[in-house]
Write a protein that binds this ligand. Structure first.
Ligand code: F6P
Length: 552
């Protein structure tokens, strides 16, 4: 059942989505030379183009009615006011406070009272800034007196994806330090990185909101032992910094208070790159870059909280994605950044979207009866064109795409950049407009192909078109535009949660696997499979027979 207050708007959209021409894009583009002007909007330095979707005036109006009925602006405002947005954990979702200026006045509800979020954030930002400067200037050195030249960030999920993605995205800036990110508990991730690092010159960041995540704690223990073996126990105080909400667990691990950077549980893991969890970005790309990232996100925050829904990029993007996922039933969408530096954006977006909105019940615990978060996947263009785009052009399912383009590169290979953008533009055009079998046949005949061969090939070469894509254009990829882009998606996720009536800020779905892993670990180590289901017990036995239980 849709959110009660939105029932009329919901029904109107369901009726619009059932029209025979509801998915038409080619005809809509053909019929209106002003379509781009009517369906594109600018905000916080970004351009959003919805003209290659099937949205028309009636649909857009109905979607805006839905946003009003679901009180999307009110829910965004309540989130920014620090109210409890995450009712199952009794927490606010106040990542906006992380990038707001010092006098932002943000407060978070904690229990029955309020906490001065802006004061906490800026106290920690000042400490981070001083720490980064001391490392970069060589004032803070390792146990042997050598300056730090490398950083190893150990964290997983939001404690890895955001900082790793942003650090890679900002690679055009002068690199300040060699920062590596290791997330997976698979030793194939950590071992080769440790093998290339010099412990005497390495600062280890343990990034974990909870400081209890098994994979991170296992990797942290390995890194700790690696430091101690090379430099002695005393090195931990200088070589480890902890980024966490759990000061007690951090202290037990041995990180000093001076090298612990804290935040509160009103920062969700997947919204945490703006918090001390982003320290690796600042170490890798410089404090100014990190500050620019925050400033860009704050520009998008102000836009999201103040622009009218019809001009509001996150609301419009959320509505377009909801039209696709919920009303048109498209179960997945592709994130296609036409910029190699954004290669990790799809992975970051996967956690943001799928961990936030992959829910089966609404905020009141009632089953949702409509499609919510689609599967998100993606790769940078043009690489994607040579792998999965075939399916998006001609497969039976419609897969909407977000095509992200950056107008100006930071390299001198101007011809490459024009080719890159030409492909980004052409993909959107091919998806929207398609090309009929008859047109293809005509072209083959004109090229001299025999008539029966042209007729045989025509259906294979038919592009159906009417496949939606959304354009997002950045003038350049700077800390500020990156911050705005990421905040655009964060708010879009909150907009959709408001429409779907779900809690975007918990993630109970990941808990069961973690709980069961305790039993499977014991079984792998001991061979005792009592209590395991027959399939799992069988696999444990097979793995142990192949040597998986042994330690070497
Ligand atoms: O996957 C569940 C999750 O809690 C994510 O939400 C979070 O980003 C990740 O684990 C890591 O958690 P932590 O930062 O507490 O180690």
């Amino acid at each position: 059942m849709p959110p009660i207050t939105a029932t009329d708007a919901w029904a109107a959209l369901a009726a619009l989505a059932a029209r025979p021409d509801a998915g038409a894009i080619r005809d809509r583009i053909g019929a209106d030379p002003n379509r781009f002007a009517r369906l594109s909007r600018a905000g916080a330095g970004l351009l959003l183009d919805l003209s290659r979707t099937s949205l028309d005036e009636a649909t857009l109006a109905a979607l805006l009615d839905l946003a009003a009925a679901a009180d999307v602006p009110g829910k965004l405002a309540a989130m920014a006011q620090g109210e409890i947005a995450n009712a199952t954990e009794g927490r606010a979702a106040l990542h906006i406070a992380l990038r707001a200026p010092k006098d932002g006045g943000f407060r978070a509800r904690v229990g029955d009272g309020w906490e001065d979020a802006s004061a906490l954030v800026h106290a920690e930002l000042a400490r981070m800034r001083a720490f980064v400067a001391a490392i970069h200037e060589g004032r803070l050195r390792g146990a042997t007196g050598a300056p730090f030249s490398a950083v190893l960030n150990i964290g997983i999920g939001g404690s890895d994806l955001g900082p790793a993605m942003a650090t890679e995205a900002l690679q055009s800036l002068q690199p300040r330090m060699d920062v590596r990110f290791v997330s997976n508990v698979d030793g194939h991730a950590l071992a080769p990185v440790l093998a290339t690092l010099d412990p005497a010159r390495t600062l280890v960041l343990i990034a974990s909101k909870t400081f209890t995540t098994q994979e991170t704690m296992a990797n942290a223990a390995v890194a700790r032992a690696w430091l101690v073996a090379a430099l002695g126990e005393g090195a931990i105080a200088t070589h480890v910094a902890a980024l966490s909400t759990n000061a007690r667990a951090v202290a037990a691990f041995g990180a000093t208070a001076a090298q612990t950077f804290g935040f509160r549980d009103w920062v969700g893991g997947r919204f945490s790159l703006w918090s001390p969890i982003g320290l690796g970005i600042a170490l890798a790309r410089g404090w100014e870059a990190f500050a620019g990232l925050l400033a860009g996100a704050w520009a998008m925050d102000r836009h999201a909280l103040s622009a009218t829904p019809a001009e509001n990029l996150p609301i419009l993007l959320g509505l377009a994605h909801t039209w696709h996922a919920t009303f048109r039933g498209h179960a997945s969408y592709a994130c296609l950044p036409y910029d190699q530096r954004l290669a990790r954006l799809p992975a970051w977006l996967q956690q943001l979207e799928m961990e936030s909105n992959g829910k089966q019940v609404d905020a009141a615990g009632r089953p949702v009866t409509y499609p919510t978060a689609p599967v998100v996947f993606g790769e940078p263009g043009t690489n994607s064109q040579h792998s999965f785009m075939q399916l998006i052009h001609q497969g039976p399912a419609i897969v909407p795409a977000d095509i992200i383009m950056v107008a100006q590169p930071e390299h001198a290979l101007a011809a490459n950049h024009r080719i890159l953008l030409a492909h980004g533009l052409a993909q959107g055009a091919a998806l929207a407009l398609g090309r009929s079998g008859a047109e293809q046949e005509k072209a083959m005949l004109a090229a001299g192909m025999a008539a029966d061969e042209a007729a045989r090939l025509a259906p294979h070469r038919h592009f159906p078109g009417d496949r939606p894509s959304i354009g997002i254009v950045l003038p350049r990829l700077t800390p500020e535009t990156l911050g705005a882009l990421l905040a655009l998606y964060e708010h879009k996720v909150a907009v959709q949660a408001a429409i779907w009536g779900i809690n975007a800020f918990d993630q109970w779905g990941v808990e069961l696997g973690k709980t069961l892993a305790a039993g499977t670990l014991t079984a792998l180590e001991s061979g005792a499979t009592a209590g395991l289901d027959a399939s799992t017990a069988g696999l444990v036995a097979a793995l142990r027979q192949l040597g998986a239980g042994s330690t070497h």
